[in-house]
Ligand binder design. Structure first.
Ligand code: GRF
Length: 194
């Protein structure tokens, strides 16, 4: 299964996908100069820089992202640290599935503002005994699409944002690759479409 990966920053999930040997045909970034673009270059994966500021509006930008994925032959798109909501124009123009990795047990600690360390701060502030990782289908509503896989992790006594973030990130890499492998196998085993 040919993957397109959307990124905005560090690119560690992209790196996990590439190190696992999965086929990435395009990396799209909305931000220039981010580490994720270096990761793509190191693995000789084509990249496109498609920042919102280059388009009239978000709808137009998201249509262009979908067109870039389609042109590259991507069958499944992965949001791997992509920090923007995708508009309906994206879903109208890209016919493959789109999945996201989120560093909490959705629906807990998802939605507006729940990015990066804010998620782990929220888990610690709530006193939750456990946290985890969610892989879900992406829909136009933030963090609300059907859940494909979750992994649970205990919040340990003495955990702070950094220690929690590090353990959750390692689990993200593992679960994302495992889920992509399952989706790839399911695709391979599915009866050929007419
Ligand atoms: C990850 O925690 C992911 O769950 C969230 O953004 C972060 C991206 O990290 N959506 P990286 O860019 O893959 O290193």
């Amino acid at each position: 299964m040919r993957l397109g990966v959307l990124v905005s920053g560090r690119g560690s999930n992209l790196e996990a996908i590439l190190r696992a040997g999965l086929e990435v045909v395009l990396v799209v970034s909305n931000r220039p100069g981010v580490r994720a673009l270096e990761v793509a270059a190191r693995h000789a994966v084509p990249t496109r820089l498609l920042p919102r500021a280059d388009f009239g509006d978000a709808a137009e930008c998201d249509r262009a992202i979908a067109a870039a994925l389609t042109d590259a032959g991507a069958e499944l798109a992965v949001l791997a640290g992509y920090d923007r909501l995708l508009r309906p124009t994206y879903f109208a123009a890209f016919h493959g599935r789109t999945i996201n990795v989120h560093p909490s047990l959705l629906p807990a600690h998802g939605g507006a503002g729940m990015l990066g360390t804010a998620v782990h701060r929220s888990v610690l502030a709530a006193g939750d005994p456990e946290t985890g990782v969610t892989i879900h289908e992406v829909t136009p509503e933030l963090d609300a699409g059907p859940i494909l896989a979750q992994a649970r992790l205990p919040v340990l006594p003495g955990d702070d944002v950094e220690s929690l973030a590090a353990r959750v990130l390692a689990e993200e890499h593992r679960l994302l690759v495992a889920t992509l492998r399952e989706l790839t196998d399911a695709d391979r085993l599915a009866p050929a479409r007419p």
